[in-house]
Design a protein around this ligand. Structure first.
Ligand SMILES: [Zn+2]
Length: 342
């Protein structure tokens, strides 16, 4: 089959569109013909190489896969060839105490498709039958591939961690990013007041269309000063943070008393200063979040299927252009998701 692989860590230039052997399926697994695979920032991290993800090389990236079941192992009764499916990006053991308690994203052996395993930058990929979800006939493969990882992540941040309530206010950084565009829609769905930042005026109407009440271009305006103005000096109850040092200190300072900051990423770097006086005097909660539970995924899949949440596909590119797609993601020249099709 055709696939995009890398044989060594490095910049986008290490990606190679080439011929590799077809994967084979084991017990309880299915072979899926990939129809669409969305990009995620994780693809860039693992290509670059970070200690948290030790992978074997050569490697095939791609966490978010939609496709058609090609073949099922003997004993798989829940799926058959021809089914239109989307794959869960989170991989859990389903046997440990965390998994049995419904916290399968805290599983001792938790992994992410396309990082812990080969992923969807290919014509075929393998999944355990339990990690395969049906997609409604109305949903295009490109759209189905665009939602799992980022909507799951944003849902868990807002609902599972921040416990966002109707009538509260939330700041979502980078509304044009994968997690950002999901968080704006979910916060709106939960009837919160949504403030969003973007880095380009052209993204302002797009963020408003997703449901943001106020959109701030962080390149033109200081989002901290503007938010203080917009909230009458009170600040916001929740900040969805996934940027890191570029925004962190101001993200802490814009929190209202008893505010919650939830972080799921660090696209501008891993280390930040923290003024503890803000944390105790304002009684803040700093919450880490990674991925979400299977129940979260099923919930967002329902809402996407109903059309309540709408993954935005910025551009669909052929698989052979994976390198150009990753370069574009690095430039932040995206609103929503980039999707590869074999
Ligand atoms: Zn487990």
């Amino acid at each position: 089959m055709k696939a995009v692989i890398f044989r060594q860590h490095g910049g986008p230039g290490v990606l190679e569109y080439t011929e590799v052997p077809d994967p084979s399926i084991g017990p309880d697994e299915v072979l899926v013909r990939v129809k669409a695979c969305a990009l995620n920032h994780l693809d860039l991290w693992i290509r670059q190489g970070i200690p948290a993800y030790r992978i074997s090389l050569p490697h095939i990236s791609g966490c978010d896969v939609a496709g058609i079941v090609e073949r099922v192992a003997a004993g798989v009764t829940t799926l058959r060839a021809g089914d239109r499916v989307v794959l869960a990006p989170g991989l859990s053991c389903w046997a440990c105490p965390e998994c049995r308690a419904g916290a399968d994203h805290a599983c001792a052996s938790y992994g992410i498709r396309g990082a812990a395993t080969d992923g969807g930058y290919a014509e075929f990929t393998v999944a355990a039958a339990r990690d395969v979800l049906p997609i409604p006939p109305t949903l295009a493969f490109e759209v189905a591939a665009a939602f799992p990882l980022v909507f799951l992540t944003a849902w868990h941040m807002l609902v599972g961690r921040a416990n966002l309530q109707a009538g509260e206010s939330v700041l979502v950084h980078a509304a044009g990013s994968g997690v950002g565009h999901a968080a704006v829609q979910i916060a709106r769905h939960l009837r919160a007041t949504v403030y969003a930042t973007v880095g380009d005026d052209a993204k302002i109407p797009k963020a408003q269309a997703l449901g943001a009440d106020q959109v701030i271009n962080y390149r033109r305006e200081d989002f901290e000063a503007r938010l203080k103005e917009l909230t009458g000096g009170r600040g916001v109850q929740v900040v969805i943070e996934h940027i890191g040092p570029e925004t962190w200190e101001r993200s802490v300072r814009v929190l209202a008393k008893r505010g919650r900051l939830v972080t799921c990423g660090a696209t501008s770097g891993p280390s930040v200063p923290l003024d503890l006086r803000y944390v105790f005097s304002r009684q803040l909660s700093l919450l880490g979040s990674m991925m979400g539970t299977r129940a979260d995924l099923e919930q967002v899949a329902r809402l996407v299927g109903q059309g309540t949440l709408k993954p935005i596909v910025d551009t669909v590119l052929p698989l052979r252009d994976a390198r150009a797609a990753q370069e574009r993601m690095l430039r932040r020249d995206v609103f929503g998701k980039l999707v590869l099709v074999p």
